[in-house]
Structure formats: C-alpha cells, structure tokens
Design a protein around this ligand. Structure first.
Ligand code: ADP
Ligand code: MG
Length: 729
C-alpha cells in the first residue's frame, strides 16, 4: 500500500539540479522581449496608431475601430515573427486564476484561400463560451453569453505560441464577471478623488495613479511526493499529516542559503518573468521549510496585478521543469507558517510625487500627512469590506490563526508617526491659529522625513502597516487576486478623500484659510479614526479584548465576513463610487459564497476518500499484524508472562480500533451533513451551513488520522509524511 510513497521518495532522492542557461549575459538584453510594449508598438504601428494607443493608455479610454485595425495588424506581425500562431483574450474570471480561449490566426481570405488574419474587431472583443464561469446568476437571467474586451492599459504578451491580450470580462448586459473590471473603476475613482486633494498642494496635478508591489510567498514540493498526496493535488493543502519533529522552530530556513535545485528554479523563473516584462527583483527563503518568496519592483497597480496573475501561472510551469510543484495555498501545512501576499500600496501623481512618502518641504510634508491620515481613516471605515475582500476558505486558515495576522483589521504606523498624529490632534485648534502656532505646527511637520529615516519600527503582526513610503496590506492571502483587496481599498480611499475635500472646501468657503482648513480637517480625521491605530502585538490575546473594546470587528467565519460586502458601509463605498452596481455586488457575493462551499465540499470528499480507502485499511493491516503477534505470544508464553509482555500491545490494538472506528463514524456523519447542506437552495445559507455543519469534521477526522500516523508502522504508511514533504535538498 505504501509503494507509491516509497517510489516517490526514491525518485526524489535521485534528482539532480537542472541546468539553466541565460539567454544573454544581461537581463536588459531580453527584458520585455515577449511584450508588445511601447517600444515594440513604435516599430510595428503607424505613427497615428501609436499616438492613439498611447493616449488611450494615459487617459484610460477605448480606441476607435480604425486604429484598432492598425494595432491588430501590427500586433499580429510582431507576434508571428516571434512564433505565435494563435491569439487569446486573457482574463480573470471569479475563479482562482486566469482564463483563455485560443483561436488561430488562420482564416479564409476573400478568394476562399487560407490567410493569416487578425482584425481590430478580434483584438477588441472576443466571445468565449462563458457559461461555465461563475457569475452569481447574472448571466443566467439575461443571456448565456459573456464577452471580453481589450484593456489597452496592459500590454499584450506571448506565452509559447499564443499572443495573449489582457481583457475585461463582462456579461452581455454589461455587468462585470471578473476581478479586473471593478478594479479599473476603483482605480479611476481614487485617481479622481486624489487629484482633487493633491491640487491643494500642486494645482498642476492632473492624474494620480496607484502603485502596487506584491510579495508572493509559496511552497515548493517535489513533484513525485506531490503526486503521492491526493489532498495536496486536489485541494492545494494537506488534509492530514502529523507535524514533523523539526520544522521551523530553529529559524534555520528563513533567509538561509537557497537549496541548489530551488536556486535553479528561481533563476529560470526570473528569466521567464523578465522576458515577459515582469520586474521581479527579490528572492529568498521564507520562514517555513521549503517556503520561499518572490517580489518585483512595484508598478502601476493594474499592470502589477496582471503581472502577479501571470507570474502564478509561469511559476507552475517553470517549477515542473525542475520537478517541483508550486503550492500557492495560504496554509498547505498545519502548524507551520502559511503564505501571504503583502500588497505594498501607494498613490503617485503625474509629477512623480509619491503621496504616501514624506515630502521635500513643509508643503510636501503636509500633503504626505493628509494622505496618510486619510488612508488610515479609509481603512477604519472599510474594515469589514477589506476583510471580506481577502477572507477566503483557504486564507481563513491563516488569518486569525497562530502564525498570521489576526482577523481584526488594524493599522500599524510605528510609534514616531503615532506620536506625531497624537501631538497634532492636541495642538490644532478650531480657532484661528496665531502665526506662532502655525510656525510651530509646520516645524513639527517639517521633521517628518528625519523621523521616518530612523523609523526602524517593523511590525510583522499587523495586517496593515505603514512602511515609510507606502502602506503594506499584509493580510492578503498568497492565492488571492490582488484586484479584490485593492478594489475595496481604492474605493474606500476615494470616498474618504472626497469627504475630506468636501470638509476642507466648506471651511475655506466659511472664510478659513486653506492651510488652516486642511489642518483642522486632518485633526478631525485623526480623531475619528483613532480606534484603528494599533502598534502592539497583533497576535496576542490581549489585543482581541482591546480591539473589542474599541469596537473593531473580529470575524473569522468566511460566510459571515462575505456577508459584510452587502452592509450599508460597504455599499456606500463600492456602489456610491460606481465601482460596482448593487446587482453586481450581490452577484459577486453569491459567487464567493458558492466558491467557499465548493472548496469545503471538495476537501470533505477528498478527506472522506483518503480516510476510508487509504487510512482505515492501513490501520487495519497494522492492527491485524499486531493481533497475529499477540496470538503467537499466547502460544509460546504461559499466562503470567503473556500478560506481562503482551499487555501494551493489546492496548495498542484497542487504541488503533478506537481511531479507526472514530474515523469511520465521523466520515459517515460528514457525508450525512453534506447531504443535508446540499439541498439548501440559497448559496449564502448553504455556505453558512457548510461552515457550521461540515467544516468541523475536517479537523475532527484529521485528529484521529494524525494519531494513527504516529502509531502505525512507518513502512506501511501510504502518504508522504510532513518531514518528507518539507525537507529535501
Ligand atoms: P520588505 O521589507 O517588505 O520585504 P521590499 O523592499 O522587499 O520590502 O519591498 C516590497 C515591495 O514594496 C517591492 O515590490 C517594492 O518595489 C515595493 N515598494 C517599495 N516602495 C513602494 C511604494 N512607494 N509603493 C508601492 N510599493 C512599493
Ligand atoms: Mg513586505
């Protein structure tokens, strides 16, 4: 029975690092060679078309049909020279991952002969048969069709022999069926609101874009062992497995030297990323054994997110070249660190000023302060929405658990910034300030860059932390599409900035001078968002009590968290900004609920199957051996000796029986529970039921399996153990 496990182990032991050759000595020689970027466009497009595309990118507009024809023909020529034979609209449905449908360039020409064709119409729009993507009922009610439309702001690229065109995915009636559409709208909303506020400080600002630098954590598992673990293969995590005697307690993996096989994988991954214009820069070991991280230089958020989506795909492919499987699940192994995807987030003007970085002069620093306090307030007011955007079935193993940020959303600022905000709130008065008071305030603000320079405060336990020139949304899960959290955050920030501007403008209108109006409004924002600020240990029990006193929410149930998408506070943010219609939002929640249910359902099925077909027979086999042994002992020993010698073994037989019976009984109960839940019509109610009635069995059954693993003869155990999965070199 354990044959597969031992074959896999011996296969793994014979692995050699795979050699990787660099295409050229310098990354800049091949960087972006598979991307139809501005440089390629300038060579392959007419001057007019090139200018039109550039303008569309800058303004976020669509381009007209004639230009699209020219772009399509240039793109086709460029792609065919690089070996492409097919094209696809590449999009991000509400599943985990991206989707594509490949069409060949070949078509009938005017005389019925075969030609290579690719028109502006095909570039701009494609109709995938979309009926099998989740849509939360939107598509069924209207039309069983969705279509994809080119996102001009993200350049096309080539994977293998396919030209990939980044697109949005919408229903025939115009409702978003993907992550990208609302994200683009949220980015536009925060752009508009931030420009309004930034113009207090520089009236020439016309555009504010969002930056995103993601940090992708992942595990690597040897392919042979992975294939011997059906739970990992099907659900992305181990549903059983006793913890290894040694895992991360010695901290010897974090930032340690990278194992050679892994190093080769990382090099090839970097090469592939660089060809695709993904600016990956950092690679290192992470906290848990076999856990690693890759991070790029930050980019404009929509592009950065496309790159992250693409990266996750490229990683899987490259890993297989090295006989690895990439595990992106947030908690593949119980008891050790899970994987997150920190979202480093900032806003930047078209003048190149990062609005969350300290300025060069008092005015710049006041602007910095304005954006920082508004960001804190935005998080405060959208805590439930932000959580809803990241708390998935898989991330729920991480958030609120031991080795990860809590499910309470709070903001870490570092003590220096915190002191400064408290100090400002105290000193700013509602009366007209004297010139001395003003000077003193400005002097205080002038010290910001200095303060931040030696702000070495690093807090790893905060879900949302200020890190000098950006905020870092750390609670985001490794599998999550960054568009989900950044849509929520951007929309919340847009609403907050608009409110801020309204208040400042009202004060100015009533005769208060602009800088004083800004100061007074900053004070108000600081005071009202005070409860969200927390610089202490987010993992501690004390924080949970304290947070409750402050009125912060702490939700660990996925369905409950998702329901908060539909609260007034969330709708005020998403619907009021036009990022999603109420209908789209409801549909989205339904999709997420269904996704949650399905994930638990699949886990329950896999666990049931493994328990009954792999674990129980193994337990019985070992138990039978023990029984034979005890019977033999009875034959050769007298009664007294037998009792003495076989007593422990008889106890063991009983223990094994106990675990086997429990596994069988609980598996049967779990199946019954599932049957009851499956007939529930409403996706929301079903998700709640699965959470409450089915999910607990996963841990209960696992408990007995893990106990058996410790008892049963190692030679018989069918599944690779934690120590085997986690320690290879
Ligand atoms: P850490 O100390 O968190 O590991 P890194 O230096 O590795 O930080 O940076 C993490 C990510 O943050 C990188 O992608 C980096 O480019 C990005 N980043 C740096 N500055 C900003 C900024 N102002 N806005 C957004 N992202 C940023
Ligand atoms: Mg970081």
């Amino acid at each position: 029975m354990a044959q597969l496990r031992f074959r896999a182990l011996s296969e793994m032991m014979n692995r050699e690092p795979k050699e990787v050759t660099f295409p050229s000595a310098k990354a800049t020689d091949y960087y972006g060679e598979l991307v139809f970027n501005k440089e390629a466009m300038s060579k392959y497009l007419s001057r007019d078309a090139y200018e039109a595309v550039k303008e569309a990118i800058d303004k976020g507009d669509a381009i007209d049909r004639k230009v699209a024809d020219n772009v399509a023909s240039g793109m086709k020529a460029w792609a065919m020279e690089r070996g492409a034979t097919h094209y696809t609209h590449w999009f991000q449905p509400l599943t985990d991952g991206t989707a594509e449908k490949h069409d060949g360039f070949i078509d009938y020409g005017d005389n019925g002969n075969m030609i290579e064709a690719f028109s502006g119409k095909l570039l701009a729009q494609q109709e995938p048969d979309a009926s099998s993507f989740p849509s939360g009922g939107i598509r069924q009610t209207f039309e069983a069709r969705g279509y994809t439309a080119w996102d001009v702001s993200s350049p096309a690229f080539i994977i293998g022999t396919t030209l990939c065109i980044p697109t949005v995915f919408i229903s025939y009636t115009g409702e978003a069926l993907d992550y990208k559409t609302p994200f683009l709208k949220a980015l536009a909303a925060v752009d508009k609101a931030a420009v309004g506020v930034a113009q207090y400080f520089d009236k020439d600002v016309r555009k504010v874009h969002t930056n995103l630098g993601w940090e992708q954590e992942y595990f690597l598992i040897d392919q042979a062992l992975y294939q011997a673990r059906p739970d990992l293969m099907v659900t992305g995590r181990t549903l059983m497995g006793h913890s290894s005697a040694k895992d991360q307690q010695l901290d010897d993996h974090y930032f340690g030297s990278i194992p050679e096989r892994v190093g080769k994988f990382m090099i090839e991954l970097e090469i592939e990323c660089h060809k695709l214009g993904i600016p990956v820069k950092t690679r290192h070991n992470e906290v848990a054994p076999n856990q690693f991280e890759v991070a790029p230089i930050f980019e404009e958020a929509n592009l950065a997110n496309d790159h992250n989506q693409l990266l996750m795909d490229v990683m899987k492919r490259v890993a297989r070249h090295h006989k690895f499987e990439v595990i992106l699940h947030e908690k593949p192994f119980a008891g050790i660190n899970g994987s997150g995807k920190h979202n480093n987030w900032s806003l930047q003007t078209d003048k190149g000023v990062v609005l969350l970085a300290p300025g060069k002069n008092p005015k710049g620093n006041l602007q910095f302060l304005t954006f920082v306090v508004n960001a804190i307030a935005a998080v405060y007011k959208s805590q439930d929405l932000l959580r809803a955007s990241i708390l998935t079935a898989s991330n729920s193993h991480r958030l609120g658990a031991n080795e990860a940020p809590p499910a309470i959303i709070s903001v870490f600022t570092g003590s220096q910034i915190a002191d400064m905000l408290d100090n400002l709130a105290e000193r700013i008065t509602d009366q007209k300030m004297t010139p001395d008071e003003k000077t003193a305030l400005k002097l205080g603000i002038g010290r910001i860059p200095e303060i931040l320079l030696d702000n070495t405060d690093r807090n790893r336990t905060s879900p949302f932390a200020f890190t000098g020139n950006r905020f870092e949304f750390r609670a985001v899960g490794s599998m999550t599409n960054c568009a989900a959290p950044l849509t929520a955050l951007s929309a919340a920030m847009a609403v907050q900035l608009e409110e801020f501007k309204k208040d400042v403008d009202a004060l100015i209108e009533s005769g208060v001078k602009k800088d004083e109006a800004i100061f007074q409004t900053i004070k108000k924002v600081i005071l009202e968002s005070n409860p969200i600020r927390f610089n202490g240990d987010g993992y501690s029990e004390k924080w949970k009590e304290e947070a409750a006193k402050r009125g912060l929410t702490n939700i660990t149930s996925v369905p409950e968290s998702l329901s908060r998408y539909l609260d007034k506070a969330s709708k005020d943010i998403l619907v009021e900004t036009g990022v999603m219609s109420a209908r789209e939002l409801e549909a989205r929640v339904e999709v997420e609920m269904e996704k949650f249910t399905k994930k638990i359902q699949i886990e329950a099925r896999v666990l049931g199957d493994l328990a009954i077909n792999h674990i129980v027979p193994t337990g019985i086999q070992y138990q039978t051996e023990l029984i034979h042994n005890v019977q033999g002992m009875r034959d050769i020993f007298d009664e007294k000796e037998f009792k003495e010698l076989a007593g422990a073994r008889k106890e063991l037989i009983k223990t094994i029986s106990g675990h086997i019976s429990a596994i069988k009984a609980k598996t049967a109960d779990m199946i019954e529970a599932r049957k009851k839940c499956n007939v529930i019509e409403s996706e929301t109610e079903k998700a709640y039921a699965y959470d409450k009635e089915v999910r607990p069995y996963l841990d209960e059954i696992r408990y007995h399996i893990d106990k058996l693993e410790l008892i049963v003869d190692n030679e018989m155990w069918p599944l690779p153990k934690y120590r085997e999965l986690l320690f290879f070199r």
